[in-house]
Ligand binder design. Structure first.
Ligand code: ADE
Length: 241
């Protein structure tokens, strides 16, 4: 069970995605207590504005401190970790996802426009998190990604907890390729070893595939894997893995 609060200028954004699929079920069954908070409710402006021009000039608008301070204070309890979504944050990784899933309460503040007044970050935010090195039109997309990735680690969320162990990044490698029927499709064969029924050989093949795939597609992940496993000078022999 985790309490998840999302502070946003666009609460309706979350209606569809958080109601669908496993997330919808988890919210209905109470595994995830979700509250979407409308930042405009905390504005004291007649027009419910929450943004203003940046001091010093520059393009775009900046979220003002008042509504955010009030919204975060309303959301926070002593057990809350408050996150701001921003492309200038720490990169979301599976390790960070796991860490966040251990929190009792998460509050995700969706960044907007050109940014957020720095005093909010200095005083109210525990972590600034980016979901990747690209810029989205709003922090809501990032909040969805964080919420979904974290929810998967909440006990009871996943039907099959084993898939958490097997999946990409679980131990620092990408996932192995999967095949299902038919055994031949348009001349392409399923690798023989998978049809052999030999569990040991299947496991060894999958492990080799994971290592090869990670090295080819994600050299950054691969070198982390080597370092974690204290094998910095191993350039390809996987014997004894
Ligand atoms: N807001 C805009 N781009 C973002 C990103 N990459 N991660 C988190 N929040 C964002």
């Amino acid at each position: 069970m985790i309490a998840l609060k999302i502070i946003t200028l666009f609460p309706e954004f979350f209606d569809g995605p958080l109601r669908a699929g496993l997330m919808g079920k988890a919210i209905e069954s109470g595994i995830i207590a979700l509250e979407v908070m409308d930042l405009r409710d905390f504005s004291e402006d007649r027009l419910r504005r929450c943004d203003d021009y940046p001091y010093g000039g520059g393009s775009g608008m900046v979220l003002t401190p008042g509504p955010l301070f009030r919204a975060i204070r309303a959301a926070r309890t002593p057990r809350t970790r408050v996150i701001l979504t921003t492309p200038a944050g720490r990169l979301l990784t599976q390790d960070l996802v796991k860490e966040l899933s251990g929190e009792a309460e998460l509050c995700i503040v969706c960044g907007r426009y050109e940014g957020v007044d720095q005093r909010v970050i200095d005083r109210c935010i525990d972590d600034e998190i980016s979901v990747g090195d690209y810029v989205l039109s709003g922090g809501e997309y990032a909040a969805l990604i964080i919420a979904d990735a974290v929810a998967r680690y909440v006990p009871g969320f996943m039907g099959n907890a084993e898939s958490l162990v097997d999946e990409s990044f679980a131990d620092g490698l990408l996932e192995y390729p999967q095949y299902t029927r038919p055994a031949e499709y348009e001349g392409m064969q399923v690798p023989e070893v998978l049809l052999s029924g030999h569990h040991g050989n299947v496991a060894a093949w999958r492990r080799d595939q994971r290592i090869e795939k990670t090295r080819r597609l994600r050299p950054d992940v691969y070198s982390n894997y080597l370092m974690r496993n204290n094998r910095g000078n191993d350039h390809g022999s996987h014997q004894g893995d």
